[in-house]
Write a protein that binds this ligand. Structure first.
Ligand code: OGA
Ligand code: NI
Length: 353
């Protein structure tokens, strides 16, 4: 323990470590064993990732809309994950956002450290490496930053283009997320605005969370982000040309491979709570590779901090069910998820198995 702590003190960024010429193996503080037997065969039809054509949701034809809403029921129950295409966000904007994040991570460590802050997930912004250096038993092969972009918009002030690009990207991505949330409401037999209104989305929390995974000499002996579920309602994720996201489906890990201009969409914990477990918050993780740096940008969309999330009474009544979860406000939930006690439980018990 003392040894790990001593090593972690020296880690400024995984980027700097990965760039050191002497690095030929994964340092012991990062050692994580992947089990190749857990991987899904992407050619098996059972693991064909659902695709949702967003243009059908906004289509004039009510038949097309109701077909895609029907499909969503199955997708949300069986996968909790899909790829959204034809969503209207220009590919050039997605690329500009990735480039702006790349620009940030390419700054010298000292400059990036200006953006370090406390450990509260609701900080305006936060930069770091691994997950939480004070808690991590195994270090993660990633650097990250998070910026809160809704209800108030905050931004990094470096690189210079960041603010303008992230404002437009955040706004456009939010429109897609809200459209998805409307469709999910409808798929549950509720009014399209039910979730939006019940979750006070007009004051909802939205983050821009970027991950930087440099090449790793032994990718099967390290992890970018170990398995977890996200807090919030839905997370939209984009990446550069490198794959690495894996979702758990039917007990296997499936590497997500999809159209470059699609959004990877996962349902998150508050959606599972709201639907009393009908829709699932999908378990996922990020693997690393030995070829090129991977950058991903996750955009979680959640309720307002003070919203109490509990199974929706209208659904319980419709399905004749008792609630499976107690109500808790969003801020308390996030704090619980990120507390040292729960962090070890939800994440590290499994990593060390
Ligand atoms: C996350 C996450 C996966 C990825 O940031 O919560 O799950 O592919 N990222 O980077
Ligand atoms: Ni995640």
């Amino acid at each position: 323990m003392a040894q790990v702590a001593a090593q972690t003190m020296d880690v400024k960024s995984i980027k700097s470590l990965a760039e050191s010429p002497a690095l030929s193996s994964v340092p012991s503080a990062y050692a994580f064993n992947m089990n190749p037997n857990d991987e899904a065969d992407p050619n098996d039809p059972e693991f064909a990732i659902p695709i949702v054509d967003m243009s059908l949701l906004t289509s004039e034809s009510p038949d097309q809309r109701s077909k895609i809403i029907q499909d969503l029921i199955k997708i949300c129950q069986e996968w909790g994950f899909f790829i959204a295409i034809n969503h209207g966000v220009p590919e050039s904007l997605m690329k500009a956002m990735i480039d702006a994040c790349h620009g940030f991570f390419s700054l010298p460590d000292e400059e990036k450290e200006e953006f370090k802050s406390g450990n509260d997930v609701l900080e305006m912004f936060k930069y770091g490496t691994s997950y939480n250096l004070a808690l991590d038993k195994v270090l993660l092969w990633r650097d990250f930053f998070k910026v809160r972009v809704h209800p108030e918009f905050y931004s990094l002030y470096k690189p210079a283009c960041f603010s303008e690009v992230s404002m437009e990207f955040s706004k456009r991505t939010r429109e897609v997320a809200l459209e998805i949330i409307r469709a999910i409401s409808e798929s549950l037999g509720l009014e399209p605005n039910y979730i939006h209104d019940a979750m006070n989305m007009d004051r909802g929390i939205q983050m821009l969370a970027a991950n930087y995974y440099p090449p790793c000499p032994q990718p099967e002996h390290a992890i970018g982000i170990p398995h977890h579920t996200d807090h919030g309602l839905v997370t939209l994720l984009i990446q550069n040309e490198m794959n690495g996201l894996q979702v758990e489906h039917n007990g296997k890990w499936l590497t997500v491979n999809g159209p470059a201009n699609g959004f990877f969409v996962n349902l998150a914990d508050q959606m599972q709570i709201l639907t009393n477990g009908k829709y699932k918050s999908v378990m996922h993780r990020a693997t690393v590779n030995n070829k090129a740096t991977r950058i991903s940008i996750a955009v979680p969309h959640g309720p307002s901090v003070d919203t109490i999330i509990a199974p929706a009474p209208e659904l319980l009544e419709k399905e004749g069910q008792a609630p499976k979860y107690i109500g808790m406000n969003y801020k308390e939930y996030i704090q619980l998820q990120q507390s040292s006690k729960n962090y070890m439980k939800s994440t590290f018990d499994h990593i060390l198995a």
